[in-house]
Design a protein around this ligand. Structure first.
Ligand SMILES: Cc1cc2nc3c(=O)[nH]c(=O)nc-3n(C[C@H](O)[C@H](O)[C@H](O)COP(=O)(O)OP(=O)(O)OC[C@H]3O[C@@H](n4cnc5c(N)ncnc54)[C@H](O)[C@@H]3O)c2cc1C
Ligand code: SF4
Length: 553
């Protein structure tokens, strides 16, 4: 076993990476493999796969992974700037704080963006009250990095009729179809749609020394005990550590990036596990703390030279937050489906991906079949039952026993438009346990996003009826109050007035500061952004390594 390095804090390492999640884990691996000395600062614990449990209480109810008020890091939420922001029970910016970040507990639905996603502003024109913009790169430029994600971390799937071009096939065959997938196929085909395999970042077969999925069903929100879920915890981080050049420093919460007299990032200040302030000097700083924590940290790093926050010359740090809108349609069937088992999704409908002006609103999305929260019994009892069933007593018990095995859901994931009014700012009053300003989330979906979510819900209900559902019901489509897709808050672009980072993720204002994570995305895609976040990280690491070797940082 290679001994882990302990880099001295007062000597500058080549790179400090803040955050070890979907993007940070890849950046750490790539840059350490390229020969650079890397320190990763991660606020969460370094858990190993054998520590993951199926304990609903600690994981889902006590928020063991996600923090929030119970973890000493409360967030506040409001729909718009006229409201007073309050602390909800559930953190509105929902992500996992641990080595591997949200890739450890995500559901692993894994789609690429399509060529259209990168150029919608040019194709569709402006949209009222939204800041729709083109990306500074296109699908062809990102495609080799999507393929690297497939083959480096392990993705199971099969091509579908509307998929964008790919230069290599999937490395692993699809997961077995679930009963909800069979029913989605049946209903969708009857309506003339084209259901397809749902690709997932989960191993259907052994791959690179890792065991395949054992279909335990505790996938969404939980860590995978077998390591079959392709998180950066089990893929990239061990490879980064194996270089002997990467130190993963866990339970280190960054609160400030310092700059020197030339306005360059010089040191990263953090609180260690004992709450003591520490600092790590670095030649280059990369922020990969996700679309909510990255802008919070940049805003906390304001100084005389950067009074509105670091890298915020455009004023866009924290702006244009996008969650991906959703809708949910539930059904009971008269036969047991046992959909709580295995991975969340096995089949999906992508017929509505493109925005269609004939609908009268912008947007596109997909419908997939899954148990969602009903995979775990307590959440099923609280959130998965039809609205007209009893909520206590013998009737409740009877319906629980009947419904748990017979339930499924069609989830629609859609676009979110970038809007200035949706943002991450620092709460002016509330502080976390270290005295850092709490994160304030302001969010209200664009009417087009709600219209698209409703459009997909109408189709979902039709599909379930065509599949022979005994009973269907809808969760009302309402503005979101929680987002697990945290996107757009430090967007990429060539124009320093209209973007925070350039096409290579370099800050327009601070030459040795790079930002690469969900915050870099210019548009939201139709849901499932993580494959794109990972592809962007592979691409960024390639270019950042080249800049460093050429002395251009
Ligand atoms: C329950 C759930 C299910 C999901 N399912 C899917 C899915 O099926 N498909 C999909 O595409 N996406 C899914 N997502 C979203 C996906 O997990 C994220 O899009 C993705 O992981 C974001 O990557 P990231 O690198 O931007 O941030 P993260 O993976 O969140 O990593 C950020 C890391 O930075 C650390 N950090 C933050 N601030 C600091 C600080 N100040 N100091 C030190 N460390 C810090 C965090 O602890 C974290 O480890 C899901 C998310 C959740 C919560
Ligand atoms: S369903 Fe499969 S991938 Fe998901 S947690 Fe269980 S074993 Fe891991």
């Amino acid at each position: 076993m290679i001994e882990q390095p302990r880099f001295p804090q007062r000597e500058a390492v080549d790179f400090v990476i803040i955050g070890s999640g979907s993007a940070g884990g890849i950046l750490a691996r790539e840059l350490s493999v390229q020969g650079f000395k890397v320190v990763v600062l991660e606020q969460g614990r370094y858990r190993r796969t054998h520590e993951f449990t199926h304990d609903e209480l600690s994981v889902m109810f006590n928020h063991e992974y996600v923090g929030g008020p119970l973890g000493g890091d409360p967030q506040t939420f409001r729909h718009d700037a006229s409201e007073k922001a309050e602390v909800p029970d559930f953190p509105p910016a929902y992500y996992a704080r641990m080595v591997g970040g949200s890739s450890v507990h995500f559901s692993a639905n894994f789609w690429r963006l399509r060529p259209v996603d990168f150029k919608e502003r040019s194709l569709l024109g402006a949209i009222d009250n939204a800041d729709l913009a083109d990306w500074p790169l296109d699908y062809d430029e990102l495609e080799p990095y999507y393929t690297r994600v497939d083959w480096e971390i392990g993705v199971s799937g099969a091509p579908g009729p509307f998929d964008p071009p790919r230069s290599r096939p999937y490395p692993l065959p699809p997961m077995s179809v679930k009963s909800s997938g069979v029913l989605l196929e049946k209903g969708a085909r009857e309506l003339g749609l084209h259901p397809q395999v749902a690709p997932v970042a989960i191993l259907s077969q052994p791959f690179n020394g890792r065991a395949p999925c054992i279909h335990c069903g505790f996938c969404m929100g939980f860590g995978c005990e077998t390591g079959a879920k392709s998180s950066t915890l089990v893929t990239m981080i061990p490879q980064a550590e194996a270089t002997g050049r990467c130190e993963i420093r866990s339970q280190c919460t960054v609160h400030r990036i310092e700059t020197d007299a030339r306005g360059r990032a010089s040191e990263v200040l953090y609180y260690d596990a004992a709450g003591q302030e520490q600092g790590q000097r670095a030649r280059v700083v990369i922020v990969a703390a996700n679309g909510a924590e990255t802008p919070r940290l940049l805003l906390m790093s304001a100084s005389e030279r950067f009074p509105d926050g670091l890298a915020n010359g455009s004023g866009l740090v924290g702006r244009n937050l996008m969650f991906n809108a959703h809708s949910a349609t539930y059904a009971w069937f008269d036969q047991p489906l046992h959909d709580y088992k295995s991975v969340q999704c096995s089949r999906i409908v992508h017929d509505f991906y493109d925005s269609d002006p004939k609908r009268g609103f912008y947007g596109g999305g997909a419908i997939d079949a899954r148990p969602f929260l009903s995979a775990s019994p307590m959440l099923y009892a609280l959130t998965g039952m039809p609205p007209d069933t009893p909520r206590w007593g013998a009737g409740f018990k009877r319906d629980l026993a009947y419904g748990f095995t017979r339930s499924m859901m069609l989830a629609a994931s859609t676009t979110s438009l970038a809007m200035d009014r949706n943002n991450i700012t620092l709460d002016p009053e509330l502080k976390d346990r270290f005295g850092r300003p709490a994160m304030r989330v302001t969010y209200n979906d664009h009417p087009h996003d709600l219209a698209m979510a409703t459009f997909l819900q109408d189709w979902a209900e039709r599909i379930l009826d065509a599949a022979g559902a005994e009973k269907t019901w809808r969760k009302p489509v309402e503005p979101e109050t929680v987002g697990a897709h945290l996107l757009g808050t430090c967007r990429m672009g060539d124009d320093p007035q209209r973007a925070v980072v350039d096409r290579y993720h370099r800050s327009h204002d601070v030459p040795n500061l790079f930002i690469c994570d969900g915050s870099s995305m210019v548009t939201s895609g139709r849901g499932q952004p993580t494959m794109t976040i990972m592809a962007l990280a592979f691409r960024a690491a390639h270019h950042i390594g080249e800049f460093a070797r050429r002395g251009e940082i």
